[in-house]
Write a protein that binds this ligand. Structure first.
Ligand code: SF4
Ligand code: SF4
Length: 449
């Protein structure tokens, strides 16, 4: 019944149609299953791919990848249609001549703008991921994705080397756990590219007298890139290392400056049954034997009795509310700022208020809001898989977003995601690099303490 409510908007359209049209439409809807559903087992979400491909592309006007590529092929419903054709074999994904159609399944920045506008509440990237599952099973993972998986397997990070081990040369202090921490400061792979942000957060935690650890010698990626590519074995191995490390720290709170890491450690592990499967599998293997306390704890820590995992902006907001932190004026250069809401924070973690509340505590600061802000924010281009599948589109997305932010008149762009900081930098013209500054909220805060 809940399912049917979503289609209520169609009733006046259908009942207002001419009799023959109405009969034909209802017959087609009834017959849809017989005609379009293929036989056999698929990972692909056939039902919703069909629903999306039959839609008149109602979210297309706000798909950032489409706006950047300027080619209708990249529109959400078109991608769903090609996904369906690839799944049922109307387009043979193993034929090298069809590579461009396979690539299309990865030309998405995971921005989930489509979900905001979709009357069915679809996120096209979620549908495309189910198509990727079938492509992977057939051994058709594109080489640019394989390259990322190889790096994750070899170095445990998204670089050719273990980026966490570069802390010394970057001037980042590593704090090993003694098993009795209040907070685990979870630094992501991308965040390691922004040592000033990490230094700012460590400084802040120290100033507040928080007992925390970073454990950079033992860290690996949370596995978000592997989840985008849909290599669940790789993600399970990374997740098990990350969760084990968090458990050993004893922390009841995990904070991260990367909304992608937060979402992966929480909602995405759970939605994809990461580690749940591992524990179940182990249970089967040791059927008849007692499950050790450690194994039980391993499954519980993540989903039931595990620590709370939040973005650092939410943590800072709490500190301000509890009056544990006071903010003062920032230097003149930073008095007027605009905000780039990261898609992952605004739409996936549904948090658009923390950044604004924190900035509201800085007495001499003015916020110039961009037109596309909060849950309607536009993507920096560097999320998802599009920047591997088609770097030019990702760069164009970034340029488009920078133009929107520049329209506010502010030269300081505040954000709270290392991927956005990375992506947005591609959108700034060489001759504007001295005037426009992208700054993480934590870096700005240190100037106000
Ligand atoms: S995501 Fe929703 S609104 Fe967008 S094309 Fe698909 S069905 Fe239509
Ligand atoms: S997730 Fe974003 S880029 Fe992907 S189809 Fe939806 S609106 Fe377009």
């Amino acid at each position: 019944m809940e399912e049917l409510k979503k289609y209520k908007w169609m009733i006046p359209l259908i009942s207002g149609a001419e009799r023959n049209t109405r009969r034909k439409l209802l017959k087609n809807l009834r017959k849809k299953k017989d005609r379009f559903y293929p036989e056999g087992g698929f990972n692909a979400d056939i039902k919703n791919l069909i629903n999306c491909m039959l839609c008149p592309n109602m979210c297309r006007f706000d798909c950032n990848t489409l706006q950047a590529a300027k080619t209708e092929v990249i529109s959400p419903a078109y991608k769903a249609r090609i996904g369906y054709y690839l799944t049922v074999g109307k387009i043979d994904p193993s034929d090298p001549e069809n590579k461009e159609f396979v690539d299309l399944m990865y030309k998405c920045s995971n921005c989930e703008n489509c979900k905001i506008w979709c009357p069915f509440d679809f996120s096209v990237v979620s549908l495309l991921e189910t198509v990727r599952d079938d492509l992977n099973e057939k051994g058709l993972m594109p080489d640019y994705c394989e390259k990322q998986i190889d790096k994750l397997k070899e170095t445990g990070t998204i670089e050719d080397y273990n980026i966490f081990k570069t802390y010394e040369e970057k001037g980042i202090e590593n704090i090993e756990t003694d098993g009795n921490d209040d907070v685990f400061y979870y630094i992501g792979c991308e965040m390691m590219k922004f040592p000033k942000v990490v230094q700012a957060n460590i400084e802040l935690l120290k100033k507040l007298g928080i007992k925390f650890s970073t454990n950079l010698d033992k860290r690996v990626c949370c596995g978000s890139p592997a989840l985008n590519i849909r290599d669940l074995d790789t993600i399970t191995s990374l997740a098990s290392k990350s969760v084990d490390l968090i458990r050993k720290s004893g922390a009841k709170l995990v904070i991260s400056g990367c909304p992608g890491c937060v979402r992966t450690l929480t909602e995405r592990y759970q939605k994809n049954h990461i580690l749940e499967e591992k524990v179940e599998h182990e249970d089967e293997e040791i059927r008849g034997k007692d499950v050790t306390e450690e194994e039980e704890q391993f499954s519980r820590i993540l989903y039931d009795e595990g620590p709370e995992v939040i973005h650092i902006v939410e943590y800072i907001e709490r500190l301000l509310e509890e009056e544990k932190l006071m903010l003062h004026e920032v230097p003149k250069k930073y008095e007027t700022v605009t905000i780039h809401d990261p898609c992952l924070l605004a739409r996936n973690l549904s948090n658009t208020s923390s950044i604004r509340k924190i900035l509201g505590h800085i007495p001499n600061l003015t916020i110039k809001e961009p037109i596309y802000n909060k849950e309607f924010t536009h993507c920096c281009g560097w999320s998802g898989t599009v920047h591997w599948a088609d770097r030019d589109i990702a760069i164009k997305e970034s340029e488009n977003r920078i133009s929107e932010l520049k329209e506010t008149g502010a030269n300081i762009i505040v954000t709270a995601c290392p991927e956005c900081e990375l992506g947005l930098a591609y959108g700034i013209d060489e001759n504007e690099k001295d005037t426009i500054e992208i700054i993480d909220l934590s870096e700005l805060l240190i100037k106000a303490i």
